[in-house]
Design a protein around this ligand. Structure first.
Ligand SMILES: Cc1cc2nc3c(=O)[nH]c(=O)nc-3n(C[C@H](O)[C@H](O)[C@H](O)COP(=O)(O)OP(=O)(O)OC[C@H]3O[C@@H](n4cnc5c(N)ncnc54)[C@H](O)[C@@H]3O)c2cc1C
Length: 396
């Protein structure tokens, strides 16, 4: 049994859906093949905050074993990719409501990174000065009493904090909205597990599903999240992808929190637009040798303790959900560099993977660039070309 789709996208997470969305906006139909359901994995469980992009300039010069370190020369191209999507989010939220029929819980809020020690304060102020020297003035330093004016119950040892603007969405609705808007404009969604490919020379001709069905295609895009390495191994050369397990808690609080993320080096407290609050881990990594996505009591206790330390009134919070899933990361030392582009050995096979812990916030930029690359081939504007060269799998 076989069918045909001009472009097959494997994976119905935020990345696959974002690529389908941008292709559809250009009038190019695609088919998303998802083995579970749209946004069933990390893309439906994220905190889904969109940090102020230039913050990541601060990753330049971090020691190689730091969670946010990136290889020299790659921060700025990556920042451009980030900006591209960041600026599109407000309009996209409207389009997903009108075309996709979904309210994605878009919200604007601030993010305060609290400093407790003299060193943390020094680092925070230095970071702000660095951003200002680059021409970004949207951040500011808050003194302890200014933080207390927003969060009267913040840990009394807070010395001050760095404040930036931020966006947020609801991850499940956002991903589903992208899929549904793509569908309305001609994309299709199919349930099935891809287990291999057929090819003629250097062209993939069809994808093979676990049921034995084949889908003939002109272009295939691997957007399989942490499982992307499996996909590339079927094509002859496995791209190394590390698997990190990320967990968070959703709680209900007796009094609504102000529209402001409160974070320190251990945890983030994120008020969502529906009044609930997400408590997330910041600094701990949980790399997995396999694909174990089970939730752990240890993570739950650690996140709760950290959040209560930062904002003691959270003692009264009621746990509503403990959730989490696997993220695909680049191997160290570059933990936040995605790989995007055409697989060099193949004429018509593309990958968008290793999105790490920031895949949600760069999803619109990734969708747009991947769609442009697929539709326009090599003819990308110069600025974008440089960026895509930096992130291309050909560099691996
Ligand atoms: C708790 C948590 C908090 C997070 N917070 C944020 C945040 O605030 N901001 C941010 O930017 N990012 C955040 N992230 C990271 C973000 O969620 C991920 O980077 C992003 O969702 C990755 O999207 P994806 O589409 O690549 O992968 P996934 O969501 O994993 O989707 C991949 C899909 O491919 C499917 N698939 C795999 N193999 C096959 C196959 N053989 N056949 C068919 N289908 C297949 C899977 O079923 C899955 O649905 C967070 C993640 C977690 C877990």
């Amino acid at each position: 049994m076989s069918s045909r789709a001009e472009i097959v996208i494997i994976g119905g997470g935020v990345i696959g859906c974002s690529i389908a969305y941008d292709l559809a906006r250009q009038g190019v139909p695609s088919q998303i093949i998802e083995r579970d359901a749209i946004a069933a994995r990390a893309s439906g469980k994220a905190w889904a905050i969109w940090s102020y992009p230039p913050m990541y300039l601060l990753t330049e010069g971090l020691p190689p074993d730091d969670i946010y370190s990136m290889p020299e020369g790659s921060v700025r191209p990556w920042l451009e990719l980030f900006w591209l999507g960041y600026h599109q989010l407000p309009d996209t939220a409207l389009d997903l409501k009108e075309t996709g029929g979904i309210n994605i819980g878009y919200g604007e809020l601030s993010d305060i990174m609290v400093a407790f020690s003299e060193d943390e304060e020094k680092d925070g102020r230095k970071s702000l000065a660095l951003l200002e020297s680059e021409g970004y003035y949207e951040g500011s330093w808050l003194e302890a009493d200014e933080i207390r004016a927003i969060f009267p119950d913040v840990n009394p040892q807070a010395r001050g904090g760095l404040k930036f603007p931020n966006f947020q969405v609801e991850p499940y609705q956002y991903t589903l909205g992208l899929a549904q808007a793509a569908e309305k404009r001609g994309a299709s969604i199919r349930q099935g597990e891809v287990v291999g490919f057929r090819h003629k020379g250097s062209r993939v001709t069809s994808v093979i599903l676990a049921t034995g069905t084949e889908v003939e295609t002109d272009v295939v895009v691997l957007a399989m999240g942490p499982w992307g390495g499996q996909g590339t191994s079927w094509l002859g050369k496995e791209i190394p992808i590390m698997v990190n397990r990320e967990q968070c808690l959703k709680v209900e609080v007796p009094q609504p929190l102000p529209p402001c993320i409160l974070a320190d080096e251990a945890v983030a407290i994120i008020p969502k637009v529906d009044g609930s609050v997400i408590l997330g881990n910041i600094s701990e990594t949980d790399l997995q040798p396999g694909f174990d996505s089970s939730l752990t009591e240890e993570a739950k206790v650690r996140i709760l303790d950290g959040a209560i330390n930062l904002l003691p009134t959270l003692e009264e919070a009621r746990l509503v959900e403990h959730r989490g899933d696997l993220e695909g990361w680049p191997p160290p030392p570059n933990r936040i560099q995605p790989v995007l582009g055409r697989l060099p050995e193949w004429d018509n096979a593309y990958i968008a993977a290793r999105l790490g812990t920031l895949g949600m916030m760069i999803s619109l930029g990734v969708g747009q660039l991947m769609a442009d690359l697929i539709v326009r081939g090599g003819h990308l504007p110069n600025r974008v070309k440089t960026m895509m060269e930096t992130l291309s799998p050909a560099r691996l």
